[in-house]
Design a binder for this molecule. Sequence first.
Ligand code: IMP
Length: 180
Amino acid sequence: MPDIWKLKDKNFDKFIVNDDIQAKVSELAIRINKELEGIKPLFVVVLNGAFIFASDLLKKVTIDCEIAFVKLSSYQGTQSSGVVQQIIGLDLDIKGRTIVVIEDIVDTGLTLERFRKTLREMEPAEVRIATCLLKPDAFKNKFPIDYKCFSIPNEFVVGYGLDYDGLGRNSSDIYKIVEG
Ligand code: IMP
């Protein structure tokens, strides 16, 4: 991919190259292999964005584990509680299991906050979070992020699974929006 990438009406600058991503992913896999050995965790990959990160990470995870894929869809509920979240695809019994949710990016954390709550109702032993990217200024430490590759500024990024209006997922590098 070029150093400056035009997607629709926006330009994006190369930001994190794949070699740097792979180095962080390897470090993370080593930690996971150590910390979750013998526990047989269930990795829950949140589609669509996490597909490349999850693929790279899980190829380096060597302990016994299971992998499931979910899509989260939100809709406005009829009650005053507002947005309701539906999990599509999680057809396993997770009671008593150690769950590791794999996300592409945690921005405000609101999507994940609701997902954690829904998972908790299914009585897992624990829910850990693994994300490739974290925007700490937007997230403000709402809950623990157990595994992360990079903290980034509060700016829009694409590539490595992340999209801008459906485009840009197919890059092995991460790009950052050029403002103005
Ligand atoms: P939240 O604000 O943490 O709930 O983020 C929800 C979702 O928004 C993430 O899982 C991403 O799919 C998407 N998102 C957040 N920030 C970015 C970004 O910089 N680029 C592309 N997608 C993003």
